[in-house]
Design a protein around this ligand. Sequence first.
Ligand SMILES: [Zn+2]
Ligand SMILES: [Zn+2]
Length: 309
Amino acid sequence: MAETGSARWGTARLDGGKVLRWSLLHVGALVGGACFFSWSAVAVFAGLTAVTMCLGVSVGLHRGLIHRAFRASAPVERALALLGTLAGLGGPIAMSRMHDLRDFHQNQPEADCPPYFGYREGFTRAMAYALFHTWHPRDGAPDAPAAPRVTQDGFFRGLERAGPWLQAPLALALYALGGAPWVAWGILVRLALTQDGFWCVHYVSHVEGEQPYELPGCAEQGRNAGWLALLSMGESWHNTHHVYPASAQMGLGWRQPDPGWWAVRGLAALRLVHDVKSLAHLPPRLGARLRRPEPRRTRRLCALALRRA
Ligand SMILES: [Zn+2]
Ligand SMILES: [Zn+2]
């Protein structure tokens, strides 16, 4: 493994296993998607992506398990976590650890936030770090263990162990219902685009868009990238999320569409979740300051400067 970036808290190393898995998945998606194209398969791809990313990753794992922005019974929490794991980005324990580790480093002053967790080296570098590198904390560096209620739950541990094998029963069901095209698009193309799309959204929502709040002393403060709102399930209202991390709501009002928030409200209406925290009920994070909206031209220049820095 090559060492490509080190800092006070640890080192990012190129991970051959990640490169190999990503390459095989993308070759499979390209060949399978081209050889077995059908419009019903594209619809299956779109439907499964929306359900796994919205109800699974955004609502179940991110807003629910990681931020505890609402409460749910164990069966509901587990069903949402199952959908989230089927997105193929990682199980509930790995996703919680990854989120909290990024959070810890992004909230350090700029000098102490390694490029692996920041977005100062441009799009290509950020994607290469996220997709092909692994973070190795130094001895004694602060770790970010996931909450014991996640790591010690037998069902969540089972999801974590199952990992990619969880796709096998879904693939069999898709094959039985729609043949090879449904498997190619519902599994291979979906997993490949979910991985790339997730990290693209991450990158854009840190470098492009409005920043109504500032968090002095924090290396990364997120930006509100409105044009990505529907595709990201509302997660691209990311400056708002940095300032109100405990809120299940990320978009404010009808001008800021937030599909994840709509899903939480739907689940609450069905009495499947309760104690939902919204922007109206929470104070901004300690130290956050509202700043005047930036003109569009300044925003563009800031994003360009960040990419070139
Ligand atoms: Zn962020
Ligand atoms: Zn978060």
